[in-house]
Design a protein around this ligand. Structure first.
Ligand SMILES: *[C@@H]1O[C@H](CO)[C@@H](O)[C@H](O)[C@H]1NC(C)=O
Ligand SMILES: *[C@@H]1O[C@H](CO)[C@@H](O)[C@H](O)[C@H]1NC(C)=O
Ligand SMILES: *[C@@H]1O[C@H](CO)[C@@H](O)[C@H](O)[C@H]1NC(C)=O
Ligand SMILES: *[C@@H]1O[C@H](CO)[C@@H](O)[C@H](O)[C@H]1NC(C)=O
Ligand SMILES: *[C@@H]1O[C@H](CO)[C@@H](O)[C@H](O)[C@H]1NC(C)=O
Ligand SMILES: *[C@@H]1O[C@H](CO)[C@@H](O)[C@H](O)[C@H]1NC(C)=O
Ligand SMILES: *[C@@H]1O[C@H](CO)[C@@H](O)[C@H](O)[C@H]1NC(C)=O
Ligand SMILES: *[C@@H]1O[C@H](CO)[C@@H](O)[C@H](O)[C@H]1NC(C)=O
Length: 485
């Protein structure tokens, strides 16, 4: 924290804090006295028109001080706190805010230099759809949108937040929607240590002087667009906050900036402080949106060789922190579902031995973790394909004992194997032999983007690939929706 604070002089610490009273059901509009190019005006005008009871903090959304090179800091000091429960629009002006932004804007000559545009074709936080929740009558299932418990299927498209085109997002969400998949897991992270230039999407730049949030067109507006398209199509997304792996930055990018290694990261005070600031930014920004299915702590967190207490304690603290910011959305961990010897499951081999410092059963006991997730990649982990159904049944049983929903959040089996032959039996195990609330195949691919193919790997189930897609995506999505509760 001290590093972030030292970045700014007192004069630039101007921000506007607006909170709508929790029960407020009207609209609030924040009006700036002067238009500033790099100021993120879209969120200002949309998030406060949400006709849903919730409290929003303008400073954390759009009015945070602009740091060096046109980045905003993730710290959120305020110069004014304005509360309203008025049923009509409230106009708030702040000369300090305008002055501050004007001067910083004119001094920010380096990248990102492009004028920030309002990218998303649709605003976000305007849908009246209900939030997803754990169903109160059937606590192992989800209530997707207020219409009662249901089983459903979803998918992963990590890259949806890392493509630059809105019309491509339109294509992606339309295709997923017409497949009847309900939930899309998308990377909420993307961090770098040096600016890669405007062609690459990144949300956070980390270096020895702190964390800089990228509000340029190749930054946070891409996440805004994902949320807005999900809302528009009536889909929901799982957004995670960091990657264990170094793809798209990950824990390694924190360590490169602040020191530490893959295991010390979970307890490193500076990394954790920056990570929590990033969580706060996204949670405050999208907490009004019914398109958020759940917040997820990380993608595949591991602490190799550690006591399972390290991840358990970290997951406890971070999930509590998220709930303190946003009590309405669900929270999940994002792990691969490793068991530890204490669980007394399996044969003691890799998936059961606790080598990665993760104990699925223990972590599911955390009260601020709403549902458990696990992944399934037998060919990468040294298991045969039929073991996949065993792994599925074991996680279902632990979910039953904890009386919480459990989701098969990623599953795949690399080409040249026949995806249908290997994965269809797993889907039928989920469907017929468990109470798993949802499964999400890894991963959705489409050939219909403006640049051609979406990012893909050997597990990809292609939208154009009719036979495979018809069974693993369309048929499975339909049969899960039809499954009797
Ligand atoms: C860190 O990145 C910011 C934003 O690009 C830059 O202004 C700052 O000088 C960098 N700090 C170091 C030590 O390179
Ligand atoms: C509040 O302002 C927004 C944006 O200008 C407008 O669409 C909306 O109708 C206004 N609401 C009321 C109650 O005046
Ligand atoms: C969402 O709500 C609509 C009605 O508004 C309903 O038809 C649909 O089945 C619901 N979806 C799920 C997954 O519950
Ligand atoms: C990671 O850092 C911790 C704390 O400094 C240290 O105890 C541990 O040995 C390091 N691990 C590796 C693999 O270097
Ligand atoms: C991810 O976790 C594993 C196990 O702890 C570790 O070996 C690996 O280095 C991690 N990845 C990164 C980028 O730190
Ligand atoms: C697959 O592996 C399991 C143990 O993980 C073993 O019991 C089973 O016999 C194996 N099946 C085949 C077809 O090799
Ligand atoms: C893949 O497996 C499915 C199900 O077993 C089968 O119907 C299909 O013909 C196979 N495809 C190929 C290309 O072998
Ligand atoms: C779908 O597109 C992928 C990527 O271009 C290609 O490998 C595959 O052959 C296509 N499938 C069909 C059925 O056209």
């Amino acid at each position: 924290m001290h590093l972030l604070r030292s970045l700014f002089t007192a004069g630039s610490l101007a921000a506007l804090l607006v909170s709508a009273a929790p029960a407020y059901d009207g609209t609030v509009t924040v009006t700036k006295t002067k238009e500033v190019t790099r100021y993120h005006t879209k969120t200002v005008s949309t998030i406060f028109t949400k006709r849903q009871a919730c409290s929003v903090t303008a400073s954390s959304l759009t009015s945070a001080p602009i740091g060096p090179s046109g980045y905003h800091s993730s710290s959120t000091p305020s110069i004014a706190t304005i509360s309203t429960s008025s049923p009509s629009n409230t106009t708030i002006t702040s000369s300090k805010l305008t002055t501050s932004i004007t001067s910083l804007s004119s001094s920010a000559t380096s990248y990102p230099s492009a004028t920030h545009s309002t990218t998303a074709a649709y605003p976000y936080c305007t849908s009246d759809a209900a939030f997803a929740s754990v169903d109160s009558v059937h606590p192992r299932l989800f209530n997707y949108n207020g219409t009662g418990a249901k089983y459903f299927a979803g998918t992963n498209a990590w890259w949806a937040s890392h493509i630059l085109s809105d019309s491509d997002l339109d294509t992606v969400f339309s295709e997923i929607k017409n497949t009847q998949l309900q939930v899309v897991r998308v990377w909420g992270f993307g961090s770098v240590n040096t600016d890669p230039g405007p062609g690459s999407v990144f949300f956070q730049l980390l270096n020895s002087t702190g964390s800089y949030i990228n509000y340029a067109a190749n930054g946070i507006p891409r996440l805004d667009a994902v949320v807005s398209y999900a809302e528009h199509t009536g889909l929901k997304i799982v957004l995670n906050f960091v990657n264990n792996w170094s793809d798209l930055g990950g824990i390694a990018s924190y360590n490169a900036a602040f020191g530490g290694n893959a295991t010390s990261w979970y307890t490193d005070s500076q990394s954790q402080s920056v990570y929590k600031d990033y969580i706060k930014l996204l949670v405050n920004r999208y907490q009004c949106s019914p398109a958020i299915f759940a917040w997820e702590l990380a993608n595949e967190p591991r602490c190799h060789g550690c006591s399972t207490d390290v991840i358990f304690n970290w997951a406890t603290e971070i999930s509590q922190y998220i709930k303190s910011l946003d009590a309405k959305h669900m929270v999940t961990l994002g792990d691969e579902g490793w068991f530890a010897p204490a669980d007394n499951i399996g044969d003691g081999s890799y998936g059961y031995g606790g080598a990665e410092g993760v104990d699925f059963a223990k972590n599911l006991g955390i009260s601020t973790i709403d549902y458990g997730v696990f992944h399934l990649y037998p060919d990468s982990w040294g298991y045969n394909e039929t073991w996949g159904s065993t792994w599925i049944l074991e996680h279902d049983q632990v979910g039953a004992a904890a009386n919480k929903p459990v989701v098969l959040e990623e599953y795949g089996y690399g080409s040249p194997n026949n995806h249908t032959a290997v994965e269809r039996p797993w889907q039928l195990t989920v469907l017929d032999d468990t109470s798993l609330a949802m499964d999400q195949f890894w991963q959705f691919g489409t050939t219909d983007l403006s640049g051609g193919l979406s990012d893909y790997d050997t597990n990809t189930i292609w939208y154009n690939s009719t036979a495979e897609y018809d069974i693993l995506a369309r048929e499975h999505a339909a049969e899960m929706l039809e499954k009797a509760v």
